[in-house]
Design a binder for this molecule. Structure first.
Ligand code: ADP
Length: 485
């Protein structure tokens, strides 16, 4: 079976968040089970090419519209990785970053068409063309309407976050050779928000044209059918409900392995978790001035965007201090107003040895924080899957999460009598409000202080759980086989 993934991220080379990690773990596991898997992504200027084996220019010169491109191919993590070098005069992938450019729409539309031009040159039949998020959603329409000679048996669209849809004008489609106006209709790519009747919605195009749609958890697959979580695409999703199947993400158990983690001082296993976590707290406390003795340590590793409940993270900080714990946050915001709010918070708690507010994207610090924490808080308003709660459990850190989307599918409250005791692995709260969250923080702190054996058995349960890609990759393969008949 030839599987080709198209995405904007691939963790070893280009990662901005959860998507990049998925486009490492899923293809790698698929390659292990079923042989050859390919990934196509843009050749961003910041990619460290030394991370690829056998890198060579595979197709030196092929056209997309009137512009030249080259395809570089190499191997990484058992997969074939193709880096599309776009020699477009706008220097689309020479911006030092993956997202956040004014012309992101044009950049990814061009990438989408150029990737298909490459596949056309290759002339090899494709069983599954697997698209990820709005950035490459247009490929579904392109394959069915413009690249009919491409032998693609089935198209799968994974939705990692329905909030990001890629809204644009018909002229943006014109620019990549589609007749934009022809797609401005309700049953095609016209935006479902009645306020923007002239807008094209790229993610909607993927939903309409793909053969299967995979939201990244079963609960999220249900939630996005409702107005509250569907970001105006709920009706289109309902219409195409028969194509939807929620599949939970895994985590990369090699990258996230506390027993072989070069960043940790020291690494630790289930047996040595209590001492190992304490030693890492001490290491972190030396790196950043923190009071090691004040416990529990509660924290978050997150993008600071409205979805993640930044106002609730602030409330969690205050509640943690009130309850006598320490609070650690690693994360920054692409939104200036939110970043300003957190800058003020940093000023307010300057010099407080119970607070660490660290605003950067730093993988090494993330590893250390996951190891050092007692609790990870994830107070999301919505969460398609969420990886941080899974990583936390692997590091023996108890998750406290808002029960939504993938959080609801992976974290089970330690006091929930409907769940078998051996599956209870954390704390959940129903509403994204400070009231609901704070009640749960009180429960968690109480358990930490008064029920040490229960707390330790939860640490063990989390560390021993299988959050790998094994099961999800099998589910994707079953879906592929069903599509291929
Ligand atoms: P999302 O993809 O919505 O940002 P996920 O929970 O799915 O959220 O994935 C987040 C990933 O990004 C995790 O691997 C997390 O460790 C990582 N991450 C988030 N913020 C930071 C940061 N500031 N520094 C390092 N890693 C981060």
């Amino acid at each position: 079976m030839r599987i080709v993934h198209l995405a904007a991220e691939f963790a070893p080379l280009a990662k901005a968040g959860g998507l990049g990690e998925v486009i490492l773990g899923l293809p790698r596991e698929q390659a292990r089970i079923s042989g050859e898997v390919e990934i196509i992504l843009p050749k961003y200027d910041f990619i460290d090419l030394n991370k690829l084996e056998n890198l060579k220019i595979e197709v030196p010169d092929f056209k997309c519209l009137e512009y030249a491109n080259a395809m570089w191919s190499g191997r990484s993590e058992g997969c074939s990785v193709h880096l599309l070098e776009a020699r477009h005069p706008a220097g689309y992938f020479h911006r030092g970053k993956i997202y956040g450019c004014e012309d992101d729409i044009a950049r990814f539309l061009y990438f989408s068409r150029a990737a298909l031009e490459y596949l056309k040159v290759k002339k090899e039949p494709i069983d599954i063309l697997h698209l990820h998020d709005w950035h490459v959603s247009i490929c579904a329409a392109l394959v069915k309407d413009l690249f009919k000679e491409l032998k693609v048996k089935a198209i799968v669209l994974s939705i990692h976050n329905v909030e990001y849809q890629g809204k644009c004008d018909i002229s943006d489609l014109d620019a990549i050779g589609l007749k934009g106006a022809a797609y401005l209709s309700k049953d095609k790519l016209q935006d479902d928000n009645p306020k923007f009747p002239k807008s094209i919605n790229l993610l909607k195009g993927g939903i309409v044209y793909a053969d299967a749609i995979v939201p990244v958890s079963p609960s999220y697959a249900q939630e996005i059918l409702t107005p509250e979580y569907g970001f105006n695409l709920n009706q289109t999703l309902r219409k195409h409900q028969a194509k939807i199947k929620g599949i939970i993400n895994g985590i990369d158990q090699k990258i996230w392995d506390p027993s072989h983690d070069a960043v940790l001082i020291p690494s630790y296993s289930v047996e040595s978790a209590i001492g190992g976590k304490q030693a890492n707290r001490e290491a972190l406390a030396k790196k950043f001035p923190l009071a090691v003795k004040k416990r529990p340590w509660l924290g978050a590793v997150t993008r600071l965007v409205p979805q993640k409940g930044p106002e609730l993270l602030e409330a969690a900080l205050e509640k943690t201090l009130e309850l006598g714990g320490a609070f650690l946050l690693l994360g920054s915001s692409p939104m200036p107003t939110i970043q300003e709010q957190f800058d003020k918070l940093k000023e307010k708690y300057k010099g407080n040895p119970q607070v660490l507010l660290h605003y950067e994207y730093n993988e090494a610090v993330a590893h250390l924080i996951y190891a050092a924490l007692d609790f990870l808080i994830v107070p999301s308003h919505f969460e398609p899957c969420g990886l941080t709660q899974l990583i936390a459990m692997r590091y023996g850190t108890i998750p406290i999460v808002r029960a939504t989307g993938g959080l609801k599918d992976t974290v089970f409250d330690c006091e929930d009598s409907k769940v078998p005791v051996n599956q209870r692995n954390g704390f959940t709260f129903p509403e994204a409000t400070a009231y609901s969250m704070n009640q749960t923080l009180e429960r968690a702190f109480k358990l930490f202080r008064t029920e040490v054996p229960i707390f330790q058995s939860m640490i063990r349960r989390g560390m021993e759980a299988d959050f790998s890609w094994k099961k999800p990759a099998q589910e994707y393969l079953r879906l592929y086989h069903r599509l291929l008949g």
